[in-house]
Design a protein around this ligand. Structure first.
Ligand SMILES: O=P(O)(O)OC[C@H]1O[C@H](O)[C@H](O)[C@@H](O)[C@@H]1O
Length: 355
């Protein structure tokens, strides 16, 4: 692990690029680092998956299981796996699709940086289509993390060699991972059908966020009150959430549909609130396996359900169909703020202004 210089405003470190080149399924560690006025924020990516998001005090905001295996083809248990082209088990594919477990590389040709961008440090990654991937999902795929900040590009050039096998894709999927001022983490995705044979394709999608919490019994979610949900523990039967904020005392696996764009996760013990803002992702999945299921998951510690909560920005109830030439966009922004700024009001604008 290199020592991260604190004098740079924006930096991206690419570790062990050789391993990535030599082993087709190897995952690589990338560090996205932003330093503003002596405050440091860091995001770690392992392959295409965010596995760590640290605030300026070095506190971890994402949960990763102590039993997580960093061995493809499985996604890492924690961080932010990307579920695509199928969320969950509703479809012919493996649970949650397959993109987190593919070989990722750097996008050699990211789109231009918007002049008014709030992004301070960003990264572009590509996941190229493989014959194996085609067998699983019959569409060629180019998946990329887009770097919004030109400063990053030079540092990433050392990995150019991994681009040589890029294929011409009929479908393009692009992802941006960006650190914004204040340490907010932005992920954005664009999926475009570039098919030339006139065929449409259909998918579901989710950012499977694993938040780190002090104690699940001290956590509540605001923003999903009175929203309809499909309960995965009751054959996806439809219910309406009651008026109170959501708290936890047993296993939860609910898919809230057509939710507000802002959801807050309040951690009383930690006095920290996560604010999830999403766009193009109408649904939100809330999951905690609780004790019994936790014991049955091999890469999950028996008691770790107490320290995590998944609140996922998703497009799952209504699968998305793209005709050739059409593009879908989805994004989420995660902020972590002291709960005292939040004081029970779901008004992230106020939260941001008060920082
Ligand atoms: O074990 P995984 O594939 O990571 O899935 C973990 C969980 O993810 C989601 O939140 C689903 O709604 C759950 O049904 C699933 O159990």
């Amino acid at each position: 692990m290199p020592i991260l210089p604190d004098s740079l405003t924006v930096n991206v470190f690419l570790l062990t690029p050789l391993r990535m080149r030599q082993t087709p399924m190897a995952l690589d560690l990338l560090v996205l680092h932003m330093s503003i006025a002596l405050l440091d924020y860091k995001v770690y990516l392992y392959g295409g998956q965010v596995t760590s998001w640290k605030n300026d005090h070095g506190e971890e905001m994402l949960f990763v299981s102590s039993k997580a295996t960093f061995v493809p083809p499985k996604a890492i248990r924690g961080g932010i796996p990307i579920c695509f082209p199928q969320f969950g088990s509703q479809g012919p594919l493996e649970l949650h699709g397959h993109v987190s477990s593919r070989l990722w590389s750097i996008d050699p040709d990211p789109p231009p940086v918007p002049t008014n961008s709030l992004n301070k440090a960003c990264i572009d990654l590509l996941l190229e289509h493989t014959e194996e991937g085609v067998k699983i999902w019959p569409h060629r795929v180019l998946l990329s993390y887009i770097d919004d900040h030109r400063d990053c590009v030079l540092l990433l050039d050392m990995n150019q060699v991994i681009f040589q096998n890029l294929v011409t894709c009929r479908y393009e999927i692009r992802q941006r991972v960006s650190l914004r001022s204040g340490g907010d983490l932005m992920l954005s995705s664009r999926i475009r059908n570039t098919n030339t044979d006139g065929k449409s394709f259909t998918f579901t999608f989710a950012y499977h966020n694993y938040f780190s919490v002090s104690d699940i019994s001290e956590v509540r979610i605001e923003g999903l009150e009175t929203v309809d949900y499909l309960d995965n523990l009751q054959n996806r039967k439809r219910f309406t959430e009651q008026g109170d904020a959501i708290t936890f005392e047993s296993e939860v696996d609910k898919m809230y549909v057509s939710t507000p764009t802002k959801i807050a996760i309040l951690d009383h013990e930690k006095k920290r609130t996560f604010v999830l803002r999403k766009d193009g992702l109408p649904d939100a999945v809330v999951w905690n396996p609780w004790d019994k299921k936790a014991k049955a998951i091999p890469d999950f510690g028996d008691d770790e359900f107490k320290r995590m909560l998944c609140v996922e920005a998703a497009a799952v109830e209504k699968p998305i169909t793209l005709k050739p030439g059409e593009e879908w966009k989805g994004r989420q922004e995660l902020s972590a703020v002291p709960s005292s700024y939040y004081s029970g009001q779901l008004d992230p604008k106020k939260v941001l202004q008060s920082r």
